[in-house]
Design a protein around this ligand. Sequence first.
Ligand SMILES: [Zn+2]
Length: 340
Amino acid sequence: MRNALGLMLASIGAAVVIAAVWFWTSSPRADLAVAATVSAPPAERLAATASAKPAPTFEDVEVTATSPARPPLPPQPKTACANPDALGVSRVVEIDTTGGPGFGFEHFKQLDFLTDKEVVLTFDDGPWPVNTPLVLKALADECTKAVFFPIGKHATYHPAILRQVAAAGHTVGAHTWSHANLNGKNFSEQQAKDEIEKGFSAVKLALGAAPSPFFRFPQLQHRPEAMAYLGSRNVAVFSCDLDSFDFRAKDATQIINTVMTKVDKQGKGIVLMHDFQKHTAEALPALLRRLKAGGYKVVQMKAKAPLQTLAEYDDALVKEIKLPVASTRPVGSVVQTVSQ
Ligand SMILES: [Zn+2]
C-alpha cells in the first residue's frame, strides 16, 4: 500500500514537472521579445512581438508625459506595422555621446558608420501643426523612424505635437530656442549657450521627459566655442550628408528629385529635411516609397542616455511661459528665421 501510494505521488510529481516545462517553453517571453524589438526589428517582426507585450497606447504616453520626473518615453510604436511592404527600420544604432561626437559628412568626417544603401532620416524646425502630423503619418505608414530636431519655441507652442513625435518612437534632440544663427555677428558665447540650453529645456518641458543629447545648429553654422561647450555637455552634433533644400523647393516633386539624385550619387547618408515645411510633408509618402524601391534601408539613431538639462534653464523657462504670451510670441519672427 505504501509502495502504491509512493508510485502514485511520483507519477503526479512527474506530470507536474512536465507540465511546468511545457508551460515555460511555450509561454510568451515578453522580456526577450522587447529586447529584440529594440535592437533593429524589421517591420514584420514588430507585428509578431506585439502580441507578447502590447505597445503602450498614445493615451498612456500622454499621461506619463506630463511629469518631468518620468523616464524617457518608450520606443515602441503605438501599433504593429500593418504594411507588409514597409520601408521599416533595418537597424538601430545607439550613440555614446560622450565628448560630443559629430555626424554628417558635410562637416564631420570622422564617424563613417553607415554602410552602402543606408540612410538616416532627420527633420528640423518642428513641431508644427498639419505638417509635422503629416510627416509622422508618412513615417508610420512605412513603419520607419527618424531623428527630430525641434525648435524650443515651437515646442512650447505645440507641445502635444512634439509628444506625438516621441510617442511614435522617434528620436528627439534639439535645434536651439529661437533658431538664431549661433555663429552670427554680435552673438556672444553666453547667448549661444543660452540658445542651446533653453532649447533643450523647452523640449524637455514639452515632452515631460529628457530629450536625446542630439543637437543641430541652425543653418549648420558651427560656432567653435559652442562646439566645445556641447562637447563638455556630452551632446552629439549633427550636420548632414544630404541636404534636401526642401525649404526652398517649389513643390514636393523637387524635394523627391533632389534627395534621390543625391542619395543615388553618394549611396548612403544622413538626410536633412524639415517637418516644418508643407512641401516636405507632401513629398514624404512618395519619397519613402522611392527609397524602398531603390533598395535603401533606414537606420535609426538613438542616444545611449538622455540629456540632463540644466535646472536653471528649466526653472527660468517655466516662469517665462507662465507670463501672458500674446505679445511675446511673434510667430512671424520665428517663421522668418527658417531660411537655411
Ligand atoms: Zn533649422
